[in-house]
Ligand binder design. Structure first.
Ligand code: FES
Length: 92
C-alpha cells in the first residue's frame, strides 16, 4: 500500500511505501530539509510542520525529547524520527 507525501513548499508529491522516515523520503527525492545532527534525533533542526493528516498518536519518544509540547500540539514533527503511516501534507 502506498502513501502520498505532499511536500507543499517544494511543490513535489511523492508516493512511497510506509516504513521510511520523512527525512529519508525527502532526501530520496532531493527535497531539502535541514538535518544539522545528521538525522540522529539530537538537535531538533529537522522539524517540519504537518499541514494535513498528522496523527499525534504516533509521536515518537525522540520527538517528545526534541520538540516542545506546544510544537507537538501544533503539528510539528521531527523529520528524522517521524515515520508517516498515511497520506500527509507537509510544509517542506
Ligand atoms: S536532524 Fe537533528 S534532530 Fe533530526
Amino acid at each position: 500500500m502506498h502513501i502520498t507525501i505532499n511536500f507543499k513548499r517544494s511543490g513535489k508529491v511523492v508516493k512511497t511505501y510506509p516504513g521510511y522516515t520523512l527525512l529519508q523520503i525527502a532526501r530520496a527525492n532531493k527535497i531539502p530539509i535541514l538535518s544539522p545532527c545528521g538525522g540522529n534525533a539530537l538537535c531538533g533542526g529537522c522539524r517540519v510542520k504537518v499541514l494535513e493528516g498528522n496523527d499525534i498518536m504516533d509521536v515518537s519518544a525522540e520527538e517528545y525529547n526534541r520538540l516542545s509540547d506546544e510544537q507537538i500540539g501544533d503539528d510539528w514533527r521531527l523529520s528524522c524520527s517521524f515515520i508517516p503511516h498515511g497520506d500527509i501534507v507537509v510544509d517542506a
